[in-house]
Design a protein around this ligand. Structure first.
Ligand SMILES: Nc1ncnc2c1ncn2[C@@H]1O[C@H](COP(=O)(O)OP(=O)(O)OP(=O)(O)O)[C@@H](O)[C@H]1O
Ligand SMILES: Nc1ncnc2c1ncn2[C@@H]1O[C@H](COP(=O)(O)OP(=O)(O)OP(=O)(O)O)[C@@H](O)[C@H]1O
Length: 570
């Protein structure tokens, strides 16, 4: 039997600024070398739990602790943050808060420098790790010049360099990674685990992607309490995930919709090993075919991009990009980390100036328009909410754009209160933004743009860091907005989101547009999938495994049925 490495005993934690504890009576033991996944809806206390483990609670985030937390048998109340950091390494949810070095190379070398590792050895280790996380071409780049996914890779590399820590904590390591890199990151974490026997604790909303590797245990949290602590297959056979509104792997949801009972012996956590009986297969094949593929017709182009070219210094970032968006469309922009998706959005909104090409809005060239001018027509929601937020209180943040545009107080109140309600933020309206979870902050930033009622809305990964209920609410809200005439473009790494909500996908790889087709067509074209680091949805694989006649129709059927079921939540 392995030794306990982490033990929460009747552990309760209350932030000073809160009236109620965020964590209640947590009892959980994690053993040396275990791989544990922590799930839970937004605001359930997952990050707080992780912060207790790495010492940020109570050293940076003050509050009151009751009960005890032991790491390696030592009570954390007797330890300082430096000692904790020698035992626990963390990849934070917001990677920007974590970078120490100015360049990628310096950042990766930081912990080795602290340990006074000889120069030559340090260089070799840093090079090796940079190659592992595929950032070796960016060693001299400043960390703020990286794309979201590249930052995530450097953070992963940062903890892997650090050989002395026994426990590795990952707070949503997949949030900004493209699907293929996400799988690669999970494999990498698994490999580090196999080679070092470190204890791995991971928080991840993308359950299906996390289950790409085998976890020993899953802990599910809800409202600061543990509601499940057991094997992945047992969890997947239970209805716990449904109760706390966490998205189950799609292939399992499809089995449930087709009335196939799930048992933990069916190897539910791994689609490649999933055991389907003959009757399961028949049930899936008979899944009635509903084509909801009504082709929409759109009128004029609202946005046109012609031969756009953009370099950062000497580096070509976007080359020869041309596409158009029609009034009323909802389009996804997908592709590899660093492909240029965020840069493209910044060029459209005027945060960067293109080197050549043309951008037309309603047929008019907007190249000379300022960011402020463009912002009343084109709303842009950044990937990282902390890059957008400037105010202390939620209400003020959402009202800011309206105040800048000179709306009267009554109109401001009306719009802000409506947005607070729609985004589930009304109960928190008087809170400081610093007391919100990452997902909650993200919703504040989207609300702050939507109150301006732009005619095109561009969102950079709107659902990253959101739990499933908020994901559904957000996407339903965007759909309604779209149905009422707002044209929407969003960047996403979530393949099912792209399939479910957008009729058309623009695919970028290495600065070039490599496909502009229906989402289903994109995801069934293996060449495009490989080139742009995308991933087929598991629904296709399940349909094939069940010998269903038409896997595409199976996916459509799932989307239509699932949408009806989820409408009941709203
Ligand atoms: N620094 C803080 N000060 C005060 N309260 C906080 C602070 N950070 C978090 N909280 C409170 O703790 C609750 C849980 O936040 P936490 O970040 O642990 O949730 P989470 O499960 O990780 O959510 P998400 O999935 O959205 O990141 C929040 O709803 C908020 O009320
Ligand atoms: N300020 C900057 N200076 C120099 N290079 C930059 C800067 N910002 C981004 N880059 C580079 O431009 C390329 C495109 O970045 P961009 O953020 O547009 O990618 P992305 O497709 O949105 O990626 P992700 O999916 O990881 O968010 C990357 O190689 C990145 O390193």
């Amino acid at each position: 039997m392995k030794e306990p490495i982490i033990a929460f005993n009747q552990f309760t934690f209350k932030y000073h600024s809160q009236t109620e504890p965020t964590l209640h009576n947590i009892d959980a033991t994690i053993y040396q070398g275990e791989k544990v996944l922590i799930l839970g809806p937004s605001g359930s206390g997952k990050s707080t739990l992780v912060h207790c483990l790495n010492g940020l609670v109570p050293f940076s985030y003050k509050g009151k602790i009751e009960g005890e937390l032991l790491i390696n048998g030592q009570n954390t109340k007797d330890l300082d943050i430096f000692t904790i950091s020698t035992m626990v390494g963390t990849v934070l949810q917001d990677t920007d808060g974590q970078f120490i070095g100015i360049t990628v190379g310096e950042d990766l070398a930081f912990s080795l420098e602290n340990e006074q590792v000889p120069q030559q050895e340090m260089k070799e280790i840093v090079q090796q790790v940079a190659e592992l996380v595929e950032v070796e071409d960016h060693m001299n780049h400043a960390t703020h010049e990286l794309s979201g996914g590249q930052k995530q890779r450097v953070s992963l590399g940062g903890v892997m360099v650090d050989e002395k820590v026994d426990i590795l904590l990952f707070d949503e390591p997949l949030a900004n990674l493209d699907p293929a890199t996400g799988q690669y990151a999970m494999d990498l974490i698994d490999r580090v685990h196999q080679e070092t026997d470190k204890t791995i604790v991971m928080i991840e909303h993308r359950l299906e992607d996390a289950l790409h590797i085998e976890f020993d245990r899953v802990i599910v949290m809800d409202e600061g309490k543990i509601v499940f602590n057991g094997k992945p297959n047992d969890l997947l056979a239970s209805d716990v995930l449904e109760q706390v509104a966490i998205r189950e792997p799609l292939y399992l949801k499809a089995l449930k919709y087709a009335d196939c009972p799930l048992h933990s012996q069916m190897q539910l956590a791994d689609l490649t090993r999933l055991e389907l009986s003959a009757s399961n297969k028949t049930a899936l094949q008979q899944w009635s075919i509903v084509q909801d593929d009504a082709t929409q017709s759109f009128s004029e182009n609202i946005l046109e991009v012609h031969n756009l070219q953009f370099n950062y210094a000497e580096n070509p970032i976007l080359q020869n990009i041309s596409f158009s968006i029609r009034q009323g469309e909802m389009v996804s922009i997908v592709g590899k980390n660093g492909a240029g998706k965020s840069t493209l959005s910044k060029l459209i909104c005027g945060f960067e100036q293109m080197d050549s090409g043309e951008i037309l809005l309603h047929g008019e060239d907007i190249s000379n328009k300022t960011i402020f001018d463009r912002a009343s027509k084109i709303g842009f929601v950044l990937q990282n909410p902390n890059h957008m937020i400037t105010k202390h209180f939620i209400y003020d943040e959402i009202a800011l754009g309206l105040i800048n545009r000179g709306y009267d107080q009554a109109e401001i109140d009306k719009r802000v209160i409506h947005a607070l309600k729609v985004f589930g933020l009304y109960p928190f309206r008087n809170w400081p933004i610093s007391a919100l979870s990452y997902g909650q902050k993200k919703r504040v930033t989207i609300a702050s743009i939507l109150v301006l009622e732009p005619s095109i809305l561009i969102l950079d990964e709107p659902t990253a860091g959101q739990d499933f209920r908020h994901y559904t609410e957000m996407m339903t809200f965007l759909q309604e907005l779209n149905a009422n005439g707002t044209t929407i473009m969003f960047i996403t790494h979530d393949m099912h989101l792209m399939l479910e909500y957008t009729s058309r996908s623009i695919v970028l790889a290495d600065g070039r547009l490599i496909a502009d087709r229906s989402a289903v067509d994109v995801l069934t074209d293996d060449q495009v999938v490989v080139k742009a680091n995308l991933k087929r949805t598991s629904l296709f694989d399940l349909a094939q495994k069940a010998n269903a006649q038409d896997p595409k129709a199976f996916v459509h059927q799932f989307i239509a049925y699932d949408r009806k079921v989820r409408k009941r939540w709203l």
